[in-house]
Design a protein around this ligand. Structure first.
Ligand code: GUN
Ligand code: ZN
Length: 431
């Protein structure tokens, strides 16, 4: 039995089920005066504060009305795009060419990549995001920069070298062979080191030749323990382009499947405009989908129907998609998911939004047994939210009739000012 080192007191939010599938009474618990006991980087106990005694010598942090919950899990983002977030006026392909590719080329400089990685993790932690799955650039040193920064902070983080061997500027192209070789070397260097995970990363079908997709499919077959991430069916123009580039494919998903890039550990970003066949096949395989709502409105991509996809039995997580997404905040991201769900006539409940940003994303990353929930044995990566972080939020939550009404204004209007504390591996990194 590990030795307790800290006890955190406050309101606690934990899940015992999926609130899309199970009534809230059976899937989510909010303890008004709860306690979370930490030791050895893990959660050792959780329960009502009056049932948990503080052993001698254990440090007690009392957050009052603060909401103690699992840290947010951002399941799809591009840390190299940190500096170009909120770039105006383009749809996906033009946005990539005008803003993204020129900035990603700058990360050829390892010092610049280090600076951006540091800036990214500062922003993520300020917003209570404790695990991130990022794309790097084509440069192996950009993967090193991200993992080195994550390792020095002790955070759980995943990423991969973005692979592209066509339809991008010359200075951002690799080849089928170099993508395989570089990805393999990075995987061997980083996967499973401390809290880091390597993710095989073809950017998307338009920027990879069939040869490159096959090479990465072969690498994945050699390392089935790794995740594979890519983009799918984000915009109609993109889907039409894929059709032109892969005339023999049944659909967009088939461009991945035909090259060994479909499996349970596949993580597909966006997945807005899937055909019936694609949706059924993804479900059959058990691959994960990542909803990126601020990106989908910002780049003008369309509406991912979260409630419909969850009702269909899809595995769904939530992500900022920095810098196509317009915020580093998972609160703002939940707000955007809520707004889009309203446009489709099926408003997501705050319990479902919180689940997507924690358990849902962790599940898509196959890390649901380690992160994404307050439960005994889970890693102690936590965020404590101030549910009255601005005057506008405070006056609304003050008149709340129940805990969800108290939480919802923070989801809709909260930002990094709501982050009262962040714990990583059982240590407070932001007091
Ligand atoms: N599709 C291919 N690359 C990207 C990217 O960097 N961002 C988004 N949103 N979509 C993409
Ligand atoms: Zn993306």
């Amino acid at each position: 039995m590990s030795k307790p080192t800290h006890i955190l007191l406050g309101q606690t939010l934990s899940f015992s089920g999926d609130p899309f599938l199970t009534p809230f009474a059976d899937s989510v618990t909010v303890e008004q005066r709860g306690a979370v006991v930490l030791g050895d980087g893990k959660i050792l106990a959780i329960g009502p504060a009056d049932e948990i005694a503080a052993p001698e010598g254990v440090k007690v942090d009392d957050y009052g009305d603060g909401l103690i919950m699992a840290g947010f899990v951002d399941a799809h983002l591009h840390y190299p795009q940190t500096g170009i977030i909120a770039s105006w006026g383009k749809r996906l392909i033009d946005w990539l060419n005008s803003y993204t590719f020129p900035e990603e080329a700058r990360l050829a400089d390892p010092d610049y990549a280090k600076e951006i990685a540091k800036r990214y993790f500062d922003l993520a932690l300020a917003n209570g995001t404790t695990t991130s799955l990022s794309y790097a650039t084509i440069h192996p040193s950009s993967v090193d920069a991200y993992f080195t920064e994550a390792q020095s902070r002790g955070v759980r983080a995943l990423a991969g070298k973005t692979c592209m061997d066509r339809n991008a500027p010359d200075n951002l192209l690799d080849t089928a062979q170099s993508a395989y070789d570089d990805s393999k070397a990075l995987l061997e260097k980083w996967h499973g080191v401390d809290r880091l995970g390597y993710v095989i990363t073809p950017r998307f079908s338009p920027t990879s030749t069939p040869e490159q997709l096959s090479a990465l499919g072969a690498l994945w077959a050699e390392h089935p323990e790794c995740l594979m991430q890519t983009h799918i069916s984000e915009q109609h123009e993109e889907i039409a382009w894929v059709k032109d580039l892969f005339p023999n494919a049944r659909d967009y998903l088939d461009t991945y499947e035909a090259h060994g890039l479909l499996g349970e550990r596949a993580v597909f970003g966006h997945a807005i405009h899937l055909t019936e066949r694609e949706q059924a096949r993804i479900k059959e395989v058990g691959a994960g989908l990542v909803h990126c709502p601020t990106s989908n409105t910002f780049i003008g991509s369309g509406i991912f129907e979260t409630a419909r996809m969850k009702a269909d039995g899809q595995r769904v997580g939530l992500a900022t998609d920095t810098g196509g997404g317009s915020s580093f905040s998972m609160l703002r991201t939940m707000a955007a998911a809520y707004e889009l769900s309203q446009l489709k006539g099926s408003p997501l409940h705050p319990a479902q939004l919180m689940w997507l940003a924690t358990c849902g994303s962790a599940g898509v990353l196959h890390l649901g047994d380690k992160i994404g929930n307050l439960a005994v044995g889970m890693e102690a990566d936590l965020v404590v939210l101030d549910l009255a972080s601005t005057p506008a939020i405070a006056q609304r939550s003050q008149r709340a009739g129940d805990i969800w009404e108290a939480i919802f204004p923070t989801i809709m209007m909260g930002d990094d000012r709501a982050t009262k504390a962040v714990w990583i591996g059982g240590k407070a990194v932001r007091p």
